[in-house]
Design a binder for this molecule. Sequence first.
Ligand code: FPP
Length: 249
Amino acid sequence: MFFKKKRKIDYDLDMTNIPKHIAFIMDGNGRWAKKRKMPRTYGHHEGTKTIRTLALEANRLGVKAMTVYAFSTENFKRDASEVEYIFKLPKEFFNLYLKELMDNDVQIRYIGHLEMAPIETQKIINDAIAQTAQNHGLILTFAFIYGGRDEIIEATKDICEQYKNGHITLEDITEDCFERHLMTKDLPSVDLMVRSSGECRLSNFLLWQLAYAEFVFDETLWPDFDEERLHHAIAIYQGRERRFGGVLK
Ligand code: FPP
């Protein structure tokens, strides 16, 4: 019988400077499984547990929003069997954890093209969204069939349509206006982006929204990413001087 040893969390976090919105690129599931001579899908299965662990801990710390990159528009290039498996994960995830997330006041949302997922997957996610809509704790957003470039093109098309119909003028097209057309329009700005597994790329994730976010690239493979690594990432964030293009005071 294996027991996962709980690591001691000893980062002295400043509770007045907790990031409002943390975005995660959940990378390394395949490598985690390969190391154990297991199929890649087992890594994805274990990776869903990490989402639960981090959502509960982020919520406890007072983080307002957590967004996880669950499936990119490019992930359709993977083997059909892997894609099919990932599309089944929401059912497993919400069957196991929705009650606990409800009890912790977590609200579920998604960004991306859910309409491209199998009907059953759409239903599971939409049910979780509906059930948690009145919750006021952490907003847990799944980026599912999501691509940052696609999101920017969609926003541009919406704005062009409004301009064409005479609802807005050229002067109305500001950064604020653009943000209101993004899928993340009701979420706070992303303060911290964490990518697991040591890869240092954005992979088409939240391209507009990450303009002023702090980045932490952690070597840990996603299924092993735990509360301690979350605290570590927040501690790094708290050690950074955010200037938003200004100068150090
Ligand atoms: C990247 O690791 C991970 C993914 C493409 C999928 C992540 C999805 C989940 C963890 C589950 C989603 C859950 C719900 C509820 C929607 P990789 O496969 O690219 O890893 P590798 O780089 O080691 O191959």
